[in-house]
Design a protein around this ligand. Structure first.
Ligand code: DNO
Length: 351
């Protein structure tokens, strides 16, 4: 197959072993990171060397990083941003030295993904991550003690309030300016090292609590890609993150960016959208959610997509417990399904 199937592994603390991952048919690459180093620090080469050899010992390739986190001071454009971007560039070089070809990151202020519940039980007894608008309504992080799942527990409430205030003052324009500076310094280094940087969209792709979010829609993806017009400045096109907003047409976005060779990494998962903007994460199969996964894969296959693919978030099924979204069973089913679609559409294309 042309595309490169991959699986996210959280390192030695991940309850899922590399051996089990290697038993999934067609599994090629491991998506991982150095998890014991704070954002803004250089990653020790020994840690990268170890990841590489652990994967190789299991017949897998460690060639995708998710993520090298972008320090808040870079996103906020604070005084030490330049020095922190230099550290980021050094981390790109180091990853490349150990065989990494694709680095995922995001430019979301304060929080990565946001959900209101991580273990919503479906009728069949499986559980998954959900975002219900009525649970979000009325919450104000500046006045309430909010503790939403997925939010970085290492911040104190006061730090969170300060950050939210700072981003409110920065606004979208300021965030764009700081992204531009980041890209103009990092992409040339990535190019030099043969690495594709792949930005992960904001999840969900709209502002929450007045915090600016910019990697959200077609217009903004175009704007981001135009800042540095290079294949090294690519998208991690996450179908679930962009697809939980009805203004994004995922097959159309996939078609547009795969044709321009600006997709480095595909995160494939399905979501069920509701009228009020709420959504539930579902099994990968097209009929389980609002996204036509078969059509998305067809477009990738017919355009000869050669980048990385991973089955994103799975449900918890068959009694498994573990990191929400990142169990073995449902992601393995997702991989098998996505492999099947690619095989069928790639073979059809060759006829
Ligand atoms: C969630 C993931 C994100 C992603 C980061 C990339 O499960 O898709 O946390 O890894 O946003 O920086």
């Amino acid at each position: 197959m042309n595309m490169k199937m991959s699986f996210r592994w959280y390192g030695e603390s991940d309850p899922i072993s590399l051996k089990y991952i290697s038993q999934i048919p067609g599994m090629r690459s491991i998506v991982s990171a150095v998890y014991d180093v704070a954002p803004g620090q250089v990653w020790p080469e020994e840690s990268l060397a170890k990841l590489k050899s652990q994967c190789e010992d299991n017949g897998l390739i460690f060639d995708v990083v998710e993520s090298i986190p972008v320090h808040e001071d870079i996103k906020l454009g604070r005084e030490n941003a330049d020095a922190l971007i230099d550290v980021y560039c050094e981390n790109i070089r180091r990853c490349a030295k150990y065989g990494v070809k694709c680095i995922t990151y995001n430019f979301m202020p304060v929080f990565d993904w946001t959900r209101t519940q991580l273990d919503k039980e479906a009728k069949d007894g499986s559980t998954s991550l959900v975002m219900y608008m009525d649970q979000l309504k009325g919450l104000n992080p500046l006045t309430d003690d909010i503790d939403l799942p997925g939010w970085d527990a290492s911040y104190t409430k006061d730090e969170i309030r300060d950050l939210i205030t700072a981003y409110g003052q920065l606004g979208e324009d300021g965030l764009w300016k700081n992204l531009e500076k980041f890209l103009k310094k990092t992409i040339p280094i990535a190019e030099e090292c043969g690495v594709r940087m792949a930005i992960h969209p904001d999840d969900p792709p709209y502002s929450i609590f007045g915090i600016p979010r910019i990697i959200t829609c077609e217009e903004n993806l175009d704007r981001m890609l135009a800042i540095v017009d290079s294949p090294a400045n690519s998208l991690c096109l996450c179908t679930g993150s962009l697809g939980c907003a009805s203004f994004n047409n995922i097959p159309a976005l996939v078609e547009k960016y795969v044709k321009k060779d600006r997709i480095g990494f595909m995160h494939i998962r399905n979501v069920l959208l509701m009228e009020d903007g709420s959504f539930e994460e579902t099994a990968h199969l097209s009929s389980c959610g609002s996204l036509d996964i078969a059509n998305i894969v067809k477009i990738l296959a017919q355009n000869g997509f050669e980048g990385y693919v991973r089955p994103d978030h799975g449900r918890m099924i068959w009694g498994e417990s573990g990191k929400p979204g990142y169990g073995l069973f449902d992601r393995a089913l997702g991989a098998a399904y996505i492999n099947g679609l690619f095989e069928a559409y790639e073979k059809e294309g060759k006829k």
